[in-house]
Design a protein around this ligand. Structure first.
Ligand SMILES: NC(=O)c1ccc[n+]([C@@H]2O[C@H](COP(=O)([O-])OP(=O)(O)OC[C@H]3O[C@@H](n4cnc5c(N)ncnc54)[C@H](O)[C@@H]3O)[C@@H](O)[C@H]2O)c1
Length: 439
């Protein structure tokens, strides 16, 4: 047995078993094709490619080479879970058209709507802004303490799942997950902001700080509605954004003027120091439906007085000038500013300039040609001239007002007529007193 094995290992090969390699066949395309076609191999390859493609298309963020630790899966407006990165949110901001950035929403779904906070959203300007944002498909949270705002201004959105209303004073901190913050909360008319000047300053300073802190914390873009009052009684006419103003720091209007100037400073410091994306609008006199009745602002005063057959009260000699912009023009400007690339500040106003007497004349022509004018002593620190230079907004935002005073005024008169004589009369007056007492 042993000898047999050892013999085999050293067996001399016979001539007949001599190794001869197979002759190489010439390469031919037919062989691999033939291989693929056999046993339905091709079909399985196609199914594999299709499955892999679906996976990549539906979950692109999953394969990002540099996985972002701030990325998250979030429910969209259809309650489906989508993958969202801070970058995809920024891309949305910058797209202007607010089209989705791709990585966020599975194929075939509509863009994810933005979550927007509007502080002061139950007020005059805020409620018109809310209407536009809701119409665009965004989810809107109104934060308001109803000092001068009214639930009636946003009543038509109640019941819409994209709309929320929070009674909250912005001087207290608030945490909300949002993409954009329009910060409007602040009484705007002299009657209201002088009513409790310390509260007005607190709203402008502490309220703005709180909202900037929120913007920083959640990475939201922040827009401040500042005012032409930052120019005070201007020594330059018309006013450009480069003008630093002529403001009395200790006057009765200072709570508002200096409050807004400080709010601008805070906004820029959060931008420079904490990289918060900010926008600043300097709003000039605006009018339109839903303004408070009798709030001391000249257009609402004249309209309400003319409707009630009372004399139109003109302060001083009536030669001081103002420019008046219709609210839809302002809202368009605010939204362009928020979606655009420029921080500002931007003047948003109508450069058409009217003296108080000219305005009274337009109101008379629109409502009651027989209305009388009554002169009263001028109020302290009332600016003599106010007219925006809007070159910057025209050039960088592509914005300019479209509605003239003679076109806009009748729209406001219609709303005021309904509120002065109609069902809302009691509600609006009650609301006004409640607001004043609440502050
Ligand atoms: N309308 C104008 O002509 C004009 C001009 C310049 C600037 N602005 C600015 O635009 C913004 C809106 O003005 P508006 O005309 O709609 O005034 P408005 O008084 O009608 O609206 C202000 C809103 O802010 C709310 N509010 C006030 N204090 C608050 C607080 N502490 N917390 C929460 N909510 C608060 C009010 O209840 C109201 O709903 C203001 O910031 C104002 O300074 C307006």
């Amino acid at each position: 047995m042993t000898s047999t094995l050892s013999y085999r290992g050293h067996e001399a090969p016979s001539n007949s078993d001599e190794y001869s390699p197979k002759p190489e066949k010439p390469w031919s395309i037919i062989r691999p094709v033939d291989y693929l076609l056999r046993e339905q191999r091709l079909l399985f390859i196609f199914i594999g490619i299709a499955i892999a493609s679906m996976f990549f298309i539906l979950q692109p963020g999953f394969f990002a080479s540099n996985v972002d630790e701030n990325a998250r899966f979030v429910p969209d407006q259809h309650h489906r879970v989508v993958y969202e990165t801070p970058l995809s949110r920024v891309a949305q901001y910058h797209s202007g058209s607010m089209v989705n950035s791709g990585a966020k929403v599975p194929l075939g779904l509509k863009r994810k709507s933005l979550r927007v906070v509007v502080t002061g959203g139950a007020g005059f300007v805020g409620s018109h802004l809310v209407d536009r944002l809701m119409a665009r498909g965004d989810s809107v949270i109104v934060v308001d303490n109803f000092f001068t705002g009214r639930k009636e201004n946003v009543l038509h959105h109640f019941g819409n799942p994209r709309f929320e209303l929070i009674r909250h004073d912005v001087v207290e901190p608030l945490l909300l997950e949002v993409d954009q913050i329009y910060h409007l909360a602040c009484p705007a008319s002299p009657v209201h902001y002088k009513h409790n000047p310390v509260k007005t300053i607190k709203t402008n300073v502490v309220g703005t700080l709180n909202m900037l802190g929120l913007a920083k914390r959640v990475g939201a873009r922040f827009l401040l509605t500042s005012t032409s009052e930052v120019y005070g009684d201007p020594l330059e006419h018309p006013q450009t954004e480069a003008y630093w103003g002529n403001v009395n720091p200790i006057g009765v209007r200072s709570c508002y003027d200096e409050g807004k100037r400080t709010a601008e400073t805070l906004t820029m410091d959060y931008h420079r120091g904490a990289n918060v994306e900010v926008r600043i609008a300097r709003i000039f006199n605006t009018y339109g439906p839903r303004m408070c009745l009798d709030d001391g602002r000249v257009v609402s005063n004249f309209v309400a007085q003319a409707l009630r057959k009372e004399p139109l009260t003109v302060y001083g000699d009536g030669k001081q000038t103002r420019s008046f912009q219709y609210v839809s023009d302002l809202v368009e400007g605010l939204m362009r500013l928020m979606e655009g690339e420029h921080v500002g500040p931007f003047n948003l106003g109508n450069p058409g300039e009217f003296t108080m007497l000219e305005l009274a004349q337009v109101v008379k022509e629109t409502i009651d040609p027989n209305a009388k004018i009554e002169f009263r002593p001028n109020t302290e620190d009332d600016p003599h001239k106010r007219k925006p230079d809007i070159t910057k907004a025209k050039d960088l935002l592509g914005w300019q007002p479209k509605v003239s005073l003679r076109k806009g005024l009748p729209l406001m008169v219609e709303d005021f007529r309904r509120r002065v004589f109609g069902d809302e009369k009691d509600g609006s007056i009650k609301n006004k007193h409640t607001s004043l007492n609440d502050s």
